[in-house]
Write a protein that binds this ligand. Structure first.
Ligand code: 4NP
Length: 163
């Protein structure tokens, strides 16, 4: 029997820094474990002002140094996303509130998760917005995302990734 895909949407504010990085890192993790056909992965932003743009050049450069190629085009989160995806994973409290207002009903709101719900070794309770920060802000975001996304993969595929 064919297993149902996990449909995961990552959400931040502009969909040019944190959420496209999360999408690229998570895609890399599932592909390297041979689990790509078990997942549908995408990202979106609660603010549509960067729609159509590639990720921020600073984030693309930092991600590329770690082996991730980010090609997503920014788009705004829609109410339909909550009907299609199983999990909508946000980066901070502001994303949570804005996404919650876009969610069409209570069942949709129950699909909202915080990225840091899946953290393993860091104690951060949000993924900080790097947009107005220097290079170290982007490195911190990637460190946190790599940790939390390993936790998310373990949560969704506990038996497949043992060892
Ligand atoms: P992101 O970062 O939410 O991680 O994509 C930001 C991108 C753009 C803006 C703020 C944060 N902005 O104000 O345009």
């Amino acid at each position: 029997m064919k297993e149902k895909k996990h449909k995961v949407l990552f959400v931040c504010l502009g969909n040019i820094c944190r959420s496209p990085a999360a999408e690229g890192i998570f895609r890399h993790k599932v592909e390297s474990r041979g689990l790509a056909d078990r997942f549908e992965i995408d990202s979106a932003g609660t603010y549509g002002g960067h729609a159509g743009e590639l990720p921020d050049a600073r984030m693309r450069a930092a991600a590329s140094h770690r082996g991730y190629t980010l090609t997503h085009r920014s788009r705004k989160l829609t109410d339909d996303d909550f009907l299609h995806f199983d999990m909508v994973v946000v980066m901070d409290d502001s994303n949570y509130e804005r996404s919650s207002r876009i969610a069409p009903d209570r069942e949709s709101q129950n699909k909202l998760y915080r990225m840091t719900d899946f953290r393993r070794k860091y104690v951060w309770d949000h993924i900080p917005d790097p947009y107005y920060e220097g290079a170290e802000g982007f490195e911190l975001v990637l460190d946190l995302l790599e940790d939390c996304l390993e936790g998310l993969l373990e949560h969704l595929c506990p038996t497949e990734i043992q060892g």
